[in-house]
Design a protein around this ligand. Sequence first.
Ligand code: ADP
Ligand code: MG
Length: 301
Amino acid sequence: MEILKAKNLSKQFGKFKAVDNVSLSLQEGEILGLLGPNGAGKTTTIQMLLGVLTPSKGEVFYFGKNLKNHREEILEEVNFSSTYTNLPWDLTVWENLHFISYLYQIENRKKRVEEMLELFKLKELQKHPIKELSAGQVTRLNVAKAFINFPKVLLLDEPTASLDPDVAGYIREFILEERKKFKVSIVFTSHNMAEVEELCDRVIFINRGKIVADDTPENLAKTIEVCHIELLVKQKEKLISYCKNNQLNFRQEGKHIIVDVKEKLIAEFLRNLTANAIEYDEISIEKPTLEDYFIQNAPKL
Ligand code: ADP
Ligand code: MG
């Protein structure tokens, strides 16, 4: 079932078109990544999906119903996290979560708030006013708020911004676990390619307000032919001059040299190493990633 559908969304700020004819759809239990450089229009798109910004053109549907006419009913099932919303800075962490759970009329409010405090490691901070929290702690509180009402649809705008890598990893695992348990459908924005690759079933690349690609991370990476071959060689200089003579991109990482080779030319590359008496002690071949797709397409995007 189509959970969310946006049809030809555009947003104009004066003469500037921040979002330009964006259409997207989200299936039940799907995690969709909105990926793009700063200023691409991700936040503006999310805010139109949430109904906090009115589109200049286009429409948003949840569960087949138009957001314009079924706002209240829809927003009971939707929640969000955003780094840009203003939190009530004087309220404590506990008061904040309690207030949100009250707004959503959650049963067993106290228990649910306790649960969220535990899950997001906010217990020790529960009596602190939000204005005293670090950026990372605010991000954790925002994600806790987003999940507190067991939403059917979640719009997460950079939910791992300013988190330490281990906490970001914990949040990613949490998101995947919730999806498995509750089939929650998620739109997720990020500019961290590896994160999007790990989490998302499908990715939409957005640049200058326009969708430039919409596919699975695997399919996008597959359009890139270049693999990375990491070698530990006895004589570095020999390999480096071979790469230079054959116009192969390479970089050094500690003792290793990483060479970019087109997938179908790997066999030939390995034969040539032997023919040129370039010996290696270790070799590993890395498939292209979403990041490679982005780098290769960046000039066009
Ligand atoms: P992203 O989230 O992808 O970084 P945004 O959606 O925040 O991008 O912004 C897209 C573009 O729209 C940017 O150039 C931004 O400066 C512009 N923009 C966003 N909000 C406003 C606004 N309220 N008024 C004018 N311009 C805006
Ligand atoms: Mg943004």
